[in-house]
Ligand binder design. Sequence first.
Ligand code: APR
Length: 247
Amino acid sequence: MVGQIPKELVEELRKAKKIGVLTGAGISAESKIPTFRDAMTGLWASFSPEELATPEAFARNPKMVWDWYAFRRDMCAKALPNPGHLALAELEKRYEQFTLTTQNVDGLHQRAGSQRVFELHGSIARVKCTDTGRLLEGEIPECDEPPPLHPETGGLLRPDVVWFGEMLPAEVLQESAKAARNADVYFTIGTSALVYPAAALPVEAQRAGATVVEINPTETPFSLLATFSLRGKAGEILPALLAALDD
Ligand code: APR
């Protein structure tokens, strides 16, 4: 062990050429972004995510859904990348092939400097036309009643996130699956490994022969399959891993 990092893992990482990563809400916990369910506090305490994050909810009450996302967008904009995000951006620089797939919509990986990021669940920083999917360029307007319209298409604007019951962006999923199948080392970080199809990515990597590393303070359904299960916070383990590589 080098600190809390197994020596065998350091050796694997030194040999590796292709790295794949899947992240979830846990990597942003240390940036004080509450997970989806934890965010249902204060004004929003009486709602469930299913009441706010579905196409049906938006059709029923677009202003309420818009306001919920505006509240979270503001929270994400004020948050800062933490040492876990920064360590992943640094790790990317050291590999010929590095693909990061995130289930988070907060944009913190990109703000930390990560280059090749696939957003499986979209981005809270973007809005798009409900009818055509065309993204809005420029600043997101304040909400009126009903929410603003796309200036070119005239359709109602909505957050560019994947709601319950919606398809994931096909190309993002394809690239993520390819990266999982090709990886020498695959990381699954801060995700409960419950929500599919994201949860299938580390399984695919493992089946294709990758060394799979889980970083999470608690056990998940994937823990037993992982080659290395590192119990702890991403913001502590990832910098320790970089330090072990430099040792
Ligand atoms: N470092 C690493 N992992 C952490 C940390 C931390 N500091 N803090 C918490 N975790 C772990 C938790 O133990 C948990 O396993 O992060 C995981 C968060 O799990 P979820 O809240 O289920 O988040 P996620 O896996 O991203 O959920 C997937 O479900 O709610 C939907 O669309 C939403 O993208 C989300 C998806």
